[in-house]
Design a binder for this molecule. Structure first.
Ligand code: HEM
Length: 391
């Protein structure tokens, strides 16, 4: 009834089975001296109320790894046990990687030393949540939206591992190490890579330039409003306190067609100026998006079908935290739209329904990938991710 594992996965899981405490005992080790002395080395905490990589300001690079767990032929208790071992192994791996140490049996542990604010965030798809006897209400498959052209290669998976770091080499190694340990136990559905700006090249909290050239993220919630949108409160927590929901959409942006649009047309379609991000109802970035404002001719300053007019939350329940990344590759360019929210049924879904129905930006954008995950709460010392699901 044991798992059938590939070589490296077997070795790593063996380590975990041998005693999760082994990983913990070494968790306090300092990273190698060279990295500790490197003033650019930056480590994020693995332990905490929430997983890192959610409220965290986006690092420069991201990889979203979606995989399915091999469960065929296993009885239910064996399936559950397999999920538990994967979460134990991931917890051990992540704890080590974010502390600047390689995973157990890492062939190139040196590549982790700088850490570069690495965060690794883990979530479960609806099928796994259901297997573990949890309600899937908040992560039920998203409804179809008008205009989308979904490609299954960017579709739903059992597991999501969101890896983010300021350095692409550190990130690559983390992803490779995690992937090696999952080999034989899971099957990869997608690897989606994204990027924003190099650290320190934009002001923190200012958002990023998406591939249309727009300042993106300006009206994202900050501080307590962000935390509330993502995790809810005592009355209305997310699917579980300190857990949240990730919606990951791959949105293709037709840059060639966008090239044909002049500045005025671009600003009009968004409702903000590309130059400095200011809303057309004001003159500076911090001015509010005022949908009642009119121009000198008495016409609405922001068109009713401009993106920000359509996307603007109509109530607190609609607020979501957008933590997106640009992507560019052989299959085109666009936005890895990643939003974290307490409950997509009151936030992402109604907002996206409105946008799908009417949004000036739709002329240049197409949703080609879609997946949704229950993101696990953070853990304290000695615990593994998702442990509460097995007691
Ligand atoms: C605002 C771009 C898709 C929700 C904005 C802004 C930009 C932008 C440049 C203005 C700056 C800001 O406040 O962040 C895009 C692009 C998209 C896209 C290029 C597709 C490729 C989406 C989707 C959603 C969404 C799918 C949600 C379903 C929002 C919200 C705002 C916003 C809530 C803030 C509106 C406000 O309160 O002012 N977007 N967006 N966007 N977008 Fe998008």
């Amino acid at each position: 009834r044991r798992l059938i594992l590939g070589g490296s996965a077997g070795a790593a899981l063996g380590g975990v089975f041998a005693g999760f405490g082994v990983g913990r005992a070494t968790a306090v080790e300092r990273p190698a001296a060279s990295a500790a002395q490197n003033q650019h080395a930056q480590f994020t905490a693995f332990h905490g109320k929430y997983q890192a990589g959610i409220l965290t300001e986006p690092q420069a690079h991201a990889v979203f790894l979606g995989s399915n767990v091999h469960l065929d032929g296993l009885k239910k208790p064996e399936r559950i046990e397999k999920i538990r071992s994967i979460l134990q192994m991931l917890s051990s791996d992540i704890e080590r990687l974010v502390a600047g140490r390689g995973v157990l049996a890492d062939t190139e542990p040196e590549m982790s030393q700088a850490a570069a604010q690495l965060t690794v965030t883990v979530g479960l798809g609806p099928a796994i949540l259901d297997l573990l006897g949890q309600s899937t209400a908040v992560v039920d498959t998203l409804p179809p939206f008008a205009g989308e052209k979904l490609n299954p290669r960017y579709g739903q998976s059992d597991l999501i591992i969101q890896c983010c770091a300021q350095d692409p080499t550190v990130l690559h190694h983390a992803v490779r190490a995690l992937r090696k340990n999952l080999r034989g136990i899971t099957e990869e559905v997608f690897t989606q890579s994204g990027f924003t700006h190099a650290a320190h090249t934009v002001r923190e909290g200012q958002g990023f330039r998406n591939l249309f050239g727009q300042l993106d993220g300006t009206n994202n919630p900050t501080n307590q409003a962000r935390e509330l949108a993502v995790f809810g409160d005592a009355q209305e927590p997310s699917w579980t306190p300190a857990g949240t929901v990730l919606v990951l959409r791959r949105i293709e942006m037709n840059l060639d067609k966008w090239d044909e649009v002049d500045r005025a047309g671009r600003d009009f379609a968004l409702g903000r100026r590309q130059s400095d991000g200011s809303p057309l109802s004001g003159s500076s970035l911090s001015d509010p998006v005022d949908l009642q404002a009119v121009d000198s001719m008495g016409l609405p300053a922001i068109a009713a079908h401009a993106h920000v007019a359509r996307a603007k939350p109509s109530s607190g329940a609609e607020v979501l935290w957008r933590r997106g990344y640009n992507y560019h590759g052989e299959n085109g360019s666009g936005l890895l739209f990643a939003s974290y929210q307490r409950d997509p049924r009151t936030s992402f879904i109604p907002v996206q329904q409105r946008l799908a129905q009417l949004d000036a930006l739709n002329e240049w954008t197409t949703h080609v990938g879609s997946a949704i995950y229950a993101i696990l709460p953070g853990v304290h010392e000695g615990e593994y991710l998702g442990q509460f699901l097995f007691t």
